[in-house]
Design a protein around this ligand. Structure first.
Ligand code: FE
Ligand code: FE
Ligand code: ZN
Length: 286
């Protein structure tokens, strides 16, 4: 077992939930990951797998023994709590409520979701709907911290700027149960220059939201230039952000202790390679 005070980069990637919790833990170890992200259910929605207490117990033991922690559950990306259609909003509520209840079985995880797209009725009412959903489904003693993901701002997406995330946080009943997950591809695509002005971007984040709210980073390169508003992830070093800039993100004094999750277009061997690359860079700046 690793010693408690040996600091290391907490990094992993998105893994498939198809074979259950323990299988994800084992895959993580195989590829050198010390955390990972997974979809709570089919990313397009639908019902979640039944909870298997034995799988969960084995998983929790395995993670404890292998120092795998700070996993991130990701809501289905079709979940849209600020849709103009009541039925779609209702589905989002039901899904999120069910996800949060299931997360009680694996304490200590965060739950990330895309704020949603207002599709026409305007940013302000979209923000009200999202806050309203959170206030309906969250409860004071819940174990999961709910994270708003920074978005590329394509179409009518909410969360393409820090101000919109702040507006949601200002309206929730349990702000201490909430945080933000910054996606490097998304912020870049929405116009935050993390390549040339990382410090400025983090300063703005701190002024508008508060840096203590930043709980996780999605580490992705981007297929598109700054401000493209597109949201297409690239492998590390194969996009417009580039390896060097992503190393500066991972090694930044304000960020280096956060958990990082790769969502790059890769198979497991590609993830293993990227994890290794980032770990090397991080170790050099210790
Ligand atoms: Fe996401
Ligand atoms: Fe993401
Ligand atoms: Zn994305």
């Amino acid at each position: 077992m690793k010693s408690e005070n040996k600091e290391m980069l907490r990094i992993g990637c998105h893994l498939s939930f198809a074979r259950g919790y323990l299988a994800m833990g084992k895959t993580a170890r195989q590829i050198g990951a010390t955390t990972f992200q997974f979809f709570t259910r089919n990313p397009r929605g639908g019902s979640a797998k039944a909870i298997d207490p034995e799988d969960i117990r084995a998983f929790l033991d395995f993670c404890e023994e292998n120092d795998i922690k700070q996993m991130l559950a990701h809501a289905p990306y079709t979940l849209n709590g600020c849709s103009g259609t009541p039925r779609v909003r209702e589905f989002a509520r039901e899904t999120m409520k069910d996800d949060l209840e299931r997360l009680e079985y694996t304490p200590g995880l965060c739950y990330n979701f895309h704020p949603g797209s207002h599709v026409g009725q305007g940013t302000d009412s979209g923000i009200e709907y999202i806050a309203d959903m959170l206030n309906t489904v969250m409860w004071q003693e819940q174990s999961a911290i709910v994270l708003l993901e920074t978005m590329a701002g394509k179409g009518s997406e909410i969360g393409g700027c820090f101000e919109e995330l702040r507006a949601i946080l200002d309206r929730v009943h349990f702000p201490e149960k909430m945080g933000v997950c910054m996606d490097t591809c998304h912020v870049w695509d929405s116009g935050y220059d993390i390549v040339n002005n990382l410090d400025n971007v983090l300063n703005r984040f701190d002024q508008i939201i508060g840096i203590e709210k930043l709980r996780a980073i999605h580490l992705n390169d981007s297929m598109n230039p700054l401000g493209a508003g597109k949201d297409r992830h690239a492998r590390i070093g194969e996009g417009h952000i580039g390896y060097e800039a992503l190393c500066r993100v991972v090694c930044h004094p304000l960020l280096r202790k956060l958990p990082f999750y790769l969502e790059t277009p890769n198979e497991l061997d590609g993830y293993a390679r990227e994890i290794h690359m980032m770990r090397e860079a991080w170790e050099k700046t210790r």
